[in-house]
Design a protein around this ligand. Sequence first.
Ligand SMILES: Cc1cc2nc3c(=O)[nH]c(=O)nc-3n(C[C@H](O)[C@H](O)[C@H](O)COP(=O)(O)OP(=O)(O)OC[C@H]3O[C@@H](n4cnc5c(N)ncnc54)[C@H](O)[C@@H]3O)c2cc1C
Length: 315
Amino acid sequence: MTAAKIALVGAGLAGLTLARQLADHGVEITVFDKARGPGGRFANRRTESGVFDLGCQLLTARTPAFTQQLQKWQQEGLLAPWPASGSLTGIGRMSRLTRYLSQGLSLQQNTRITRLQRDEQGWWLQTDQMEFYGPYTQVVLATPASQAAALLPPQAEEMAEQLGRVEEAPAWVAYFAFNQPTGISVALEDDPSPDIRRITCLSSKPAQEAAPELWLVEASASWSQQHLDEKASTVATRLLHLWQTTTDQGCLSHPQLLGAHRWLYGRCHKALQQAYLADSNLGLYACGDYCLGADAEAAWQSAQALAKALQETIQ
Ligand SMILES: Cc1cc2nc3c(=O)[nH]c(=O)nc-3n(C[C@H](O)[C@H](O)[C@H](O)COP(=O)(O)OP(=O)(O)OC[C@H]3O[C@@H](n4cnc5c(N)ncnc54)[C@H](O)[C@@H]3O)c2cc1C
């Protein structure tokens, strides 16, 4: 039997959790990601005014297994309680956790996979630079469902049908730094208006500087869809105005810095309710938050379940 040599596309929480599990059990696995660093929707933006978490803000657990995992990460100094949210958050920034998970992994960053091909030797991954990586015995797609679907080869019909059932929505987020205190006392507010999904005071997180005050405004799925192709600078200004009209807690001064980031597949709206996808004849697998839900716990659970199944297949 040929030793497993796995290619994994996507270094978000799901991909890194899976890769970590398999690598710790001696499996040869290479992780590919199109971004400059690992983390996926745990990513942040560094600016001269501070670091903004652009995606996932806090971690909560519904299941005992994830509760235990969060405790472990907390003990390892990666997470801390965030009183404003009643949950845990990354100390300093969320990507501290995903950076930690990526340590020691074979990680190929800045590498956008555009095509998967299989021949008698195994799987080959093609990049947008027309490079080829392979052959691999198995491929795991740990990207949002829409991005996984775009990579499927024609023979993966069933997986294509399953991925097609998932619904994912975009999320625009705007970030602001203020020199003067805003005077807003609510540090985390979910669904304050139909157009705003969440308002977060990032400076209220543990280990953050008090000044300048850093805020993030996440638009609702419908607002984000409506303004999908607008320029980031226009979106940032629009969301500042929306926030201004939503808050009754004083007048927001002009921010010293503002910007916006678009998550094309920000949040999952209709999950599969199936822990992972597998075509063991092809040696093709998929996992991610959309399998079980729309948050970090769902991503972690999906990856854990697939890691267990792969370990049983490989050994
Ligand atoms: C604004 C926002 C706020 C959120 N807040 C919370 C929160 O507070 N709590 C919570 O639990 N969850 C939150 N979530 C959801 C949470 O972030 C996600 O559920 C989770 O991070 C998904 O992890 P993942 O590994 O499944 O996917 P991702 O993190 O999206 O990882 C997928 C990776 O695949 C890579 N990739 C995609 N296509 C390719 C390709 N072709 N080639 C190479 N690489 C590729 C991407 O670059 C990315 O790194 C939030 C999401 C958003 C957008």
